[in-house]
Design a binder for this molecule. Sequence first.
Ligand code: TRP
Length: 403
Amino acid sequence: MFKITNVFKILNYIISMSENAEHKVTPWDVEGKVDYDKLITQFGVKYITDEQKTYLRELAESKGLAEHIFLKRGLYFAQMDLDKIIAAHKAGESIFLYTGRAPGGEMHTGHMISFMFTKFLQDLFDCNLYVQIPDDEKFLFKKDLTMGTISAMVNSDLEQLCAIGFNPDKTFIFRNSEFIAKMYPLVLETAKRITFSQARNTFGFENHSNVGQIFYPTLQIVPTFFEKGFCLIPCGIDQNPYFLLQRDFAQKLGFKKNCTILNKFLTALTGPEGKMSASNPNHAILLTDEPNVVKKKINKNAFSGGRATVEEHREFGGDCDVDVAFQWLYNLFEEDDSEIERIRIKYSNGDMLSGEIKKILISKVNEFLANHRDSVASAKADNLLEKYMKTGNLAKEMWSKSF
Ligand code: TRP
């Protein structure tokens, strides 16, 4: 039987998609200015509590790590059953992490959020991590993409993902089209538990949706069943519907309900409407952008909370709430609390000009990208890709396992 509570959550979700004119958030599309308070109710999730933050901070400190900037500044803001993960960790029960990325264009700074945070969580919990590359997903949902084009995208994504620093013996990266032979029995068990009307109500499928799209949620849910322990999924809040659905039947299959920890979307370079899109290169800083491109993009496109003229700016100050340079520094790049506060005060009282705050961002972004490029190079030299996908301990175990 379908649980009543979830019926309400899902009804809310549909209403949100059809009636909320301000924003549209589905696993495939984000448009408009996102109202996160509304999303929390619509997606049937809760805010991360102070107690949960404290637990993660103290755990980090016990491992000699700082509280993660994404947690400290609220980029990660919501969760589903994070308490269960914390309780399991306290009790020494088994936990594993799962996340993923559908290839669909070049990776940009926004795409790094879940992966950087996932690495942090892997360091905290010292646990297995599964990274799904659903090369099937974008193929099914984007009309013009061929599997050939997607394959090339997968290869460039994999290069970036290998640079994150996941534990090579506790991380398995797999692409659906390749691992499907192994997971198929589990895919079938899952598919049998999702009715067409559940899928339609959760994801808004219509009569013209192709049947591959309707089947796809099964594939994204299956990795939550790769182990019997507690599965924690760090991801964008738009992905939560899959994992809400999982909770209706996980226990029937002998697994635990999955838990999520959810991030907001990084504001696009061009302003607070929607998330960044790699298909419009002006909206985003790509991981492959050279320093002079970064400089040009930020100076030209970064939405400014500054005033029209220098005189006005000096008198009235800039608006940090909408200024993309400030938002990116706050959420991603400036870890030092007193430094970000100094910037906030100087920019909002007019002592710091728009060009000056952009300059700070440019140097931070370029420093980040230079480090990332170095990591890509050393990951290649160490042949990490092979380890994550085939020869590391977890990868070997997964390829020899039967489900
Ligand atoms: N659907 C995700 C995307 O569009 C990819 C993905 C697959 C994923 N499995 C996941 C994301 C698990 C988060 C968690 O990029």
